[in-house]
Design a protein around this ligand. Structure first.
Ligand code: GLA
Length: 355
């Protein structure tokens, strides 16, 4: 019998350049189990109990490293330097035009084609009294994917006894650069099927509508009376098919919600998701001002792994973040990190069950 909490390491496959990758398995006494690879800091599996104690893997992923090098829809990935889109892959910083890798139409998405989800991190496992974790570090060189400055990044994953997976991000730089780190795990709390019957609650009175290429318009309208009002729990599928301009632009939900915060920068609940059949509940906490709620609209059964086919709207992402395109929007909270400052952000996924 394994003592808990526990962390162990196994091989996850060789990269084309010969480097080996590893997979770390974190488990706690309640049977929750999380697998994380040092490639891209990707979460590949999350097993949590339903109300009868039966475990299911509630996240999308693959069995080995190679599929993550291809088209992978950012399954489980650690995203950086900048989560979400930057319009036309460029912005002005201190009077200089910065040009980034273009990987989403004419825009920049999730740190570029070879963003942090495709680099090999240095991994250090640790064990504390009631938790186990993995510390990942990476030095992103000046100019990587177009970003200025050498950015030293640390990400800590920590699995607690209370079925919480906490993620803490830290970074420092030697030149001003935008930083907006997050995680892109997909969730399906039933472990199969689509997510339309999951209910979701997002404590956000406003959101950032997008244009036809999914760049924020800069407006922050109220969600009141729209399909974007999730202040009371509602099935994801309840209004997703309505003929609403924003649901057309996002192909469903693919929007940043402006979280109602007790105070700016304070940690608070960002979303609560409930799957009625299994009873599984996921709560997301963050100190970030926004949450991207993406309803898996680009999944279409092309990708498969772990014995499953990842079908249309078969998973949702809940990405705590600063608002998309902030480097081009003086009105949005700033994402610029300067030498001498420390970037720090923290989030958590907490699993439980309800009737
Ligand atoms: C993010 C984006 C989506 C999509 C997914 C990955 O959540 O907002 O538009 O690109 O990543 O497919």
């Amino acid at each position: 019998m394994t003592a808990h909490p526990n962390i162990s390491k196994s091989a996850f496959g060789q990269l084309p350049d010969g480097r080996q990758t590893s997979l770390y398995t974190l488990s706690n006494a309640s049977g929750m189990l999380v697998k994380i690879t040092d490639f891209g800091g990707i979460i590949t599996q999350i097993h949590v109990p339903d109300r009868a104690g039966r475990l299911a893997d509630v996240t999308h992923g693959f069995d080995s490293v190679l599929p993550y090098l291809g088209e992978s829809e950012y399954f489980g990935a650690l995203i950086g330097r900048y989560g979400n889109r930057i319009a036309k892959a460029q912005f002005e910083l201190d009077g200089k035009l910065i040009e980034l890798n273009v990987n989403n139409g004419s825009n920049h998405l999730h740190g570029g084609e070879n963003g942090f989800h495709r680099v090999l991190w240095k991994a250090t496992p640790f064990t504390l009294a009631n938790s186990v974790g993995l510390k990942l570090s990476y030095l992103s060189p000046d100019g990587e994917q177009g970003y200025p400055g050498n950015l030293s990044v640390t990400v800590i994953y920590e699995l607690g006894g209370d079925n919480t997976l906490a993620i803490r991000f830290h970074a420092t730089t030697d030149r001003a650069t935008p930083v907006n780190l997050t995680n892109h795990a997909y969730f399906n709390l039933a472990g199969e099927g689509d997510i339309l019957a999951h209910t979701i609650m997002i404590p956000a009175s406003r959101y950032t509508p997008i244009d036809a290429v999914q760049i924020p318009t800069g407006l922050l309208p109220a969600v009141e009376g729209t399909p974007f009002d999730f202040r009371q729990p509602r099935a994801i599928g309840a209004r997703i098919a309505e003929d609403h301009e924003q649901l057309r632009n996002g192909f469903g939900y693919d929007h940043n919600f402006v979280l109602d915060k007790p105070a700016p920068g304070e940690r608070s609940l960002a979303a609560r998701v409930h799957e009625p059949v299994s009873g599984r509940v996921l709560e997301v906490f963050t100190d970030e001002p926004g949450l991207q709620f993406y309803s898996g609209n680009f999944l279409d059964g092309r990708l498969s792994g772990k014995g499953r086919v990842y079908g249309y709207r078969g998973g949702i992402c809940l990405e705590p973040q600063h608002f998309p395109d902030s480097p081009n929007r003086a009105g949005f909270p700033s994402t610029i990190l300067r030498p001498g400052q420390e970037y720090s952000s923290s989030m958590a996924y907490r699993f439980s069950v309800a009737r």
